[in-house]
Design a protein around this ligand. Structure first.
Ligand code: SF4
Length: 410
């Protein structure tokens, strides 16, 4: 059975990261997953990411116990299930961090910061906790659904980045230090470029990393951006994956088909889906989700401008035209035979199957698509039996006319 050995190191550094949040004297900032983590770290904050906690609630399948609780506080069960699961878990005083790492629960924030580059839901979600903890909160609100990111937009977002500095100074007790900010940007950039190389190893056939591995190994690039540990981890992982390419070892031994995953993971069904694709000799080689933490524009010489650019031009914040261009380029680069769109019930923002994009993409590229209905955490919106049938039929259809494998073997 294929195994990524670096997973043992991953487990250790994730444990160290989480348990480190409970060390006495730490100042904690909460941040959205594509929020200004580097700026926060430059003030010496340890940074905690509620979305990562939402993913843990999904992956441990405990989310379902907590989602109904948030309804008692007026949160509709049709909004983001990271939000409803996280709020429900808080209300019940529960967290997978207790069982997994022996922690007391989620860490108490000294400052809460969000960026609505991904959705407005994070503002509502984080505001709930700001009120509960009586904690200062600051937000960045960039222009949404941009085509290309112009200087006008960068200037606006730079201004917003700078406007959260007083809140950071007050909560951390430290003055802003541009050199410290440059250093965290430099470390973050080095880690993100390594993460990009890790993802690109799956251009090889057989792919040494699937989407389902990627969503586990992306932990450090989400929660440890701007640290040496993240950089060291991805150097090690990259080395192992390159060795596997050399030895022609991959996730799926007899790779017959290569698929792209668009949209959120279905956290409670990772193993089931991973096994299903593998049993059908199919590698899920790339995704918009894992690629969303590649910030190759970071530049320590221009820390504000490059952060504003990197965090505003992420896939989820782009126009349909820009998204189509990015998807076409990934489908080509990763030599995909098909694309699966996860139509996520409670995340409208990260679902691109609702307004005809799959059909338009097929018309322009010829690449077949499949739409699966499901959700990131709320498994009531996912039908396992129906999805298995749809996926197996889709793969059969592709195998009759694989698009890329013949050219790759030449
Ligand atoms: S992007 Fe979607 S899943 Fe993520 S926080 Fe926003 S609504 Fe929730």
């Amino acid at each position: 059975m294929y195994e990524i050995k670096s997973t043992q190191v991953l487990k250790k550094i994730m444990r160290d990261y989480f348990t480190g949040l409970e060390q006495p004297g730490k100042k904690i900032a909460w941040c959205t997953s594509v929020g200004p983590a580097e700026l926060l770290r430059s003030f010496g904050f340890d940074v905690y990411f509620p979305e990562n906690h939402g993913a843990l609630l999904g992956a441990t399948r405990t989310a379902m116990d907590f989602i109904p609780e948030s309804a008692k506080y007026g949160y509709s069960n049709h909004v983001c299930s990271y939000t409803t699961a996280d709020i429900g878990a808080f209300v019940k005083g529960e967290s997978p961090l207790k069982k997994q790492y022996g922690m007391q629960g989620i860490p108490k924030p000294d400052l809460i910061v969000y960026n609505t580059n991904q959705c407005r839901e994070v503002q509502d979600w984080f505001s709930f906790f700001a009120k509960e903890f009586n904690c200062p909160i600051a937000g960045i609100h960039p222009p949404r659904h941009v085509d290309e990111v112009s200087k006008k937009e960068i200037d606006l977002v730079v201004h917003q980045f700078k406007s959260i500095i007083p809140a950071c100074e007050s909560a951390s007790g430290k003055k802003f230090d541009i050199d410290s900010f440059r250093e965290t940007i430099r470390l973050s950039k080095e880690a993100t470029l390594l993460w990009q190389q890790v993802l690109k190893t799956s251009i090889a056939s057989p792919a040494p990393l699937s989407f389902f591995d990627g969503i586990i190994h992306m932990g450090p690039i989400v929660v440890m951006r701007g640290t040496q540990q993240a950089k060291d981890y991805y150097s090690k992982l990259l080395e192992e994956l390159n060795e596997n390419i050399k030895n022609k070892v991959g996730v799926v031994k007899n790779e017959q088909c290569r698929v792209f995953w668009e949209g959120m993971p279905i956290w409670g069904k990772i193993r089931m889906l991973s096994d299903l694709f593998a049993e059908n000799n199919t590698s899920v080689v790339a995704s918009t989700y894992c690629s969303s933490w590649v910030f190759d524009e970071f530049d320590e010489k221009e820390p504000f401008e490059s952060s504003a650019l990197a965090y505003t031009k992420i896939f989820i914040n782009r126009s349909e035209k820009a998204k189509m261009k990015m998807l076409k380029s990934w489908l080509e680069e990763y030599k995909c035979d098909g694309i699966v769109f996860h139509d996520t019930k409670t995340c409208f923002n990260n679902s691109n199957a609702k307004f005809g994009m799959p059909l338009r993409l097929k018309q322009e590229t010829g690449i077949p698509y499949l739409i699966i209905e499901g959700d990131l955490c709320d498994l009531r919106f996912f039908s396992e039996g129906q999805s298995i049938t749809k996926i197996e039929t889709f793969i059969e259809q592709i195998e009759r006319a694989p698009r890329h494998l013949s050219s790759m073997k030449e």
